[in-house]
Design a protein around this ligand. Sequence first.
Ligand SMILES: [Zn+2]
Length: 306
Amino acid sequence: MVKRVLLTALLLAVSIGAAACGSKPPSTAELTPPTATATASAQPSPAAAPAAGVAAPTAAAAAPSPTTAAAAVTAPAATQAARPAAAPTPKPGASQRLVMIDPGHQRVGNNEPERVGPDTRETKPKVSSGTAGVRTRKPEYVLNLEVSQLLKAELVQRGIHVVMTRETHDVDISNKQRADMANDAGAALVVRIHADGDSSPGTKGFSVLYPSAAQPAVKPIAAASKQAAALLLAGLQQATGQQGRGLSARDDLSGFNWSKVPVTLVEIGFMTNPEEDELMSQTAYQKKLAAGLADGIEGYLKAVGR
Ligand SMILES: [Zn+2]
């Protein structure tokens, strides 16, 4: 049973301590395409003033210009779950088309314990500093922000409002706090940007994570999150011509379990794979990723009538 496996993975991850992005959780296996290897995405986190890190929503003037790609996105999940389970009600005044981007990690991690979710007493470090490129030597938190900024620009250009959890590396925002920021903003969707790591240098490919309903608290957002994840995956596949590693349900991520709005986490590739590490630092490839993700986000907003 998946639930049991996931719970076990959670316990293992907790006992191990960190589970940083890049370090895969011991078991979990729900990656659709290839099997297992749960890409653990480390959660970001510090505890500073969330408000400080919140960039003012940049209004996008332009009218949403549907792209062919977006229209073409026929994600598998889209068909399965035509209607998102629960479209969270945005706060008064909040944009119906407000997306929060969370560039994973930060320069200095914060190992203070933080509860993994409202349904458990287990804890994990508030935020880790992530993995690093085996060839580029680039820290994950740097790559995550590079791609996030391009994604933000792409979304703004399409008339979608964007809020960022951070726009610098020197912040201290825990994974729970990042979730709280999105909850407070009434975001229609949260997209967390991470890169992966693995002990085997051959492991590569992007994947998209979404909250598993195994945690009761996320049940209201589980279906919508999965739908969004499938659209993001389809967008990445179309933009890069690669299949990637598929979707993965996770119940061990604080940034998911504290969320009250649909949330996804994109592992854009493995920094422990030399070729993919280099590729992910190329601006042209980063722009492809951003365009593919924007297509998926736009498709999701349309699907939920925003
Ligand atoms: Zn990460």
